[in-house]
Design a protein around this ligand. Structure first.
Ligand code: TYD
Length: 136
């Protein structure tokens, strides 16, 4: 079941110089980086990407966070890669994300309106297709 997933290294990851370490973990696991680009997210792209969250109270915080600097978008392929990269990323909340995961090892809740957790990865085949069309 070869799949492709969409990942974003969020602005905190770029700002803190963690792009290499995050991509290295994904490559070390055995997945293949198929494409990478750096960009600054627009509000339109974020509304499409986070279409299920636009009505949430924390959505304005997401926009502020995600437009605070450049991000890296990458396409990553492999057998069951969607599940695999979610597992490497760890839980949404950095405080409880397991040590050994990207969020567990590198992210720390600083009390901002939006959770800053370094990485996004698609959660289903449908999301991966939609999110790929947003960023590539
Ligand atoms: P979600 O898709 O639930 O999490 P994940 O990124 O682990 O798939 O939420 C998307 C992003 O929205 C999440 O990474 C951080 C932000 N967020 C908040 O800021 N506050 C919240 O209460 C939730 C649930 C998410």
């Amino acid at each position: 079941m070869k799949q492709t997933t969409l990942i974003l290294v969020k602005p905190d990851g770029v700002r803190r110089g963690l792009v290499g370490q995050i991509l290295a973990r994904i490559e070390a696991k055995g997945y293949t980086i198929e494409d990478v680009r750096m960009l600054t997210a627009t509000e339109q792209q974020l509304a499409a990407h986070y279409r299920e969250l636009v009505d949430k109270p924390f959505y304005p915080g997401i926009v502020e966070y995600m437009t605070s600097g450049p991000i890296i978008a990458a396409l990553v392929s492999g057998h069951r890669v969607i599940e695999g990269v979610r597992s490497l990323s760890g839980a949404t909340d950095p405080t409880t994300a397991a040590p050994g995961t990207i969020r567990g090892d590198f992210a720390c809740d600083t009390g901002t309106d939006s959770i800053e957790n370094l990485i996004h990865s698609s959660d289903s085949v449908q999301s991966a297709e939609h999110e790929t069309s947003v960023w590539f």
